[in-house]
Write a protein that binds this ligand. Structure first.
Ligand SMILES: Cc1cc2nc3c(=O)[nH]c(=O)nc-3n(C[C@H](O)[C@H](O)[C@H](O)COP(=O)(O)OP(=O)(O)OC[C@H]3O[C@@H](n4cnc5c(N)ncnc54)[C@H](O)[C@@H]3O)c2cc1C
Length: 402
C-alpha cells in the first residue's frame, strides 16, 4: 500500500491532521491501535482554547461544538475562601474557551473522515517505522494476523506518549526533558448540578481542587492527591468531603454533590522531546510533549502542532518549498515551551506544597493575589489560557530550540 502521509494514531493530532491534509487534496492513511468504540469513548480533555476552536471551524468540524459546547468568557481562582473572576475575554482581546469533551471532538473528526469517503485502519498491532531518513519511509504493522507495509512520502507520528514514533528518532539527536511532579490528580465524573457558570481553580491548605463541567447534569471535578495513592482508598463520601472543604467559600457556598460514576488517579509530568522531526518523520501532540493538566493545554498543543505540519506538507506538494517543514520542530517547540511554562506556572501557583514553610506559603498566596488583581497579571493568565498564536518567523536567537 502507498500513501502520501502515513499517520500513526487516531487521537486529536492524527485526526485533525488527516482533515487538514484532505482539504488540501493530500492523501493519508491512519493506523490506530485501538478500536473505534474505544477512541470514541475515552474521557480525557475538556477545555478547547480559541486557537483550537478556530482550527476545528476552519476544517469544517466545528458545527456540533458551536451548538453543544459551553463557551466560557472567564474562570475563577479561589484562595483564602474567596473567589476572584478572571475575565479571559476582556484581557485577551475578545477570545474564549469552550467546554467540549475530547471524545466528542474525536466523534466529529471520525465522522468527517468517513464523510470524505476515507477510512481509518483500527486494531493494528506491532507498528514499526523504517527508512525514515529516505524519501520512501515505511510503516509495517499487523492487521487480522497479516503483516502489512505502508510506503509513504511522510510519516506523522501522532501516537501519544507511549507510541513507537518518538523512539524511531535516533537517541543521539533526541534530547528529552522530563520533569515529574510529586502530585497527582484524582478525577471524577458525577451526576450533579454545575458548580458555577465557569471553572473554579481552588488553592487550599489541604490541596488543590478544580470544579469543571461537561453538561448541565454531568460534572468533571479534580482533587490534588498522592499519585501513588490507591483509588480504593477514596470512597465517594471521602471525595465529596474533600471537594467541599477545599472549594467552600467564606459566605457559606458549597459544591453540589451527586452520584459518582467514574473516578481515577493520574500522575502529572512535564515532558518535551527536542527535536520533533527526523528525516521524513514528524511527531506531534503527546508523542512529542506532555503537560500537567492544570493549564488545559495537551489537546490544544496537539492541534497547533499538526496545523504547522499540514502547512509544511502542503507547501512542499504545492511548490516544492520545504521552509516550514525544515523548521517544523523550531516553530512548534517555541510555542510548546511557552505552554509548558504556563502549565508549570499554574501547577505551582495552585497546588499545596507540604514542604513549604510559612514564608513560601505566604509568597504563593501573594502571587495569587497579584495575578488576580493586577492588570498585567490578568493579561498574562488570559492570553496564555486562551492560547498563544503560532509564531512562524525564524527564532534566530533562541538557543534553547534545536
Ligand atoms: C484527565 C485528563 C485531562 C485532560 N484535560 C485536558 C484539557 O482540559 N485540555 C487539553 O488540551 N488537554 C487535556 N488533556 C490532555 C489531552 O487529553 C492529550 O494531550 C491529548 O489526548 C493528546 O492528543 P494526541 O492525539 O497527541 O494523543 P492521544 O490522544 O494519546 O492519541 C494517540 C493515539 O495513538 C494511538 N496509538 C498509540 N500507540 C499506537 C501504536 N503503536 N500504533 C497505532 N496507534 C497507536 C492511541 O491509541 C491513541 O488513539 C487531559 C488529559 C487527561 C488524561
Amino acid at each position: 500500500m502507498r500513501t502520501q502521509v502515513g499517520i500513526i494514531g487516531a487521537g486529536p493530532a492524527g485526526l485533525i491532521l488527516a482533515q487538514l491534509l484532505h482539504l488540501q487534496g493530500i492523501d493519508s492513511v491512519i493506523l490506530e491501535r485501538k478500536s473505534k468504540d474505544k477512541i470514541e469513548g475515552t474521557v480525557k480533555a475538556g477545555i478547547l482554547e480559541q486557537t483550537t476552536i478556530d482550527i476545528l471551524r476552519e476544517i469544517g468540524v466545528g458545527d456540533r461544538m458551536d451548538r453543544e459546547g459551553h463557551f466560557h468568557n472567564g474562570n475563577y481562582f479561589q484562595f483564602n475562601g474567596q473567589r476572584r473572576h478572571i475575565d479571559l475575554k476582556k484581557y485577551s482581546g475578545g477570545k474564549q474557551v469552550v467546554v467540549y469533551p475530547q471524545h466528542e471532538v474525536i466523534i466529529d473528526l471520525v465522522n468527517a473522515r468517513y464523510n470524505n469517503g476515507k477510512d481509518i485502519i483500527f486494531d493494528v498491532e506491532n507498528v514499526t517505522l523504517h527508512d525514515i531518513d529516505t524519501e520512501n519511509p515505511k510503516i509495517r504493522y499487523c492487521k487480522n494476523g497479516m503483516d502489512e507495509e505502508l510506503v509513504c512520502d511522510f510519516i506523522a507520528g501522532c501516537d501519544g506518549y507511549h507510541g513507537p514514533s518518538r523512539q524511531a528518532i535516533p537517541e543521539s539527536i533526541r534530547k528529552e526533558h522530563l520533569h515529574m511532579y510529586k502530585d497527582g490528580w484524582l478525577g471524577i465524573l458525577s451526576d450533579s448540578a454545575p458548580a458555577a457558570d465557569e471553572l473554579i481553580y481552588a488553592n487550599h491548605d489541604q490541596g488543590f481542587a478544580l470544579l469543571s463541567t461537561r453538561t448541565p447534569i454531568l460534572q468533571r471535578h479534580y482533587l490534588q492527591v498522592d499519585p501513588h495513592d490507591d483509588i480504593a482508598n477514596w470512597s465517594d463520601d471521602r471525595i465529596w468531603t474533600e471537594l467541599t472543604e477545599r472549594t467552600k467559600t467564606n459566605d457559606g457556598w458549597q459544591v453540589p454533590d451527586g452520584p459518582i460514576n467514574s473516578k481515577g488517579i493520574i500522575q502529572m509530568r512535564s515532558f518535551i522531546c527536542e527535536t520533533m522531526q527526523y528525516g521524513r518523520l514528524f511527531i506531534a501532540g503527546d508523542a512529542a510533549h506532555t503537560v500537567p493538566p492544570t493549564g488545559a493545554k495537551g489537546l490544544n498543543l496537539a492541534a497547533t502542532d499538526v496545523k504547522v505540519m499540514a502547512k509544511g506538507i502542503t507547501e512542499y506538494y504545492r511548490s516544492g518549498e520545504s521552509d516550514v517543514l525544515d523548521r517544523y520542530s523550531e516553530i512548534c517547540l517555541r510555542r510548546v515551551w511557552k505552554a509548558e511554562r504556563f502549565s508549570h506556572f499554574m501547577t505551582h501557583l495552585l497546588h499545596a506544597n507540604s514542604s513549604y514553610d510559612s514564608f513560601q506559603r505566604g509568597i504563593q498566596l501573594t502571587e495569587l493575589d497579584y495575578y488576580t488583581s493586577s492588570e498585567a497579571g490578568l493579561r498574562m493568565i488570559a492570553e496564555n489560557y486562551v492560547g498563544l498564536p503560532i509564531e512562524w518567523e525564524k527564532a534566530e536567537n533562541l538557543k534553547i530550540l534545536k
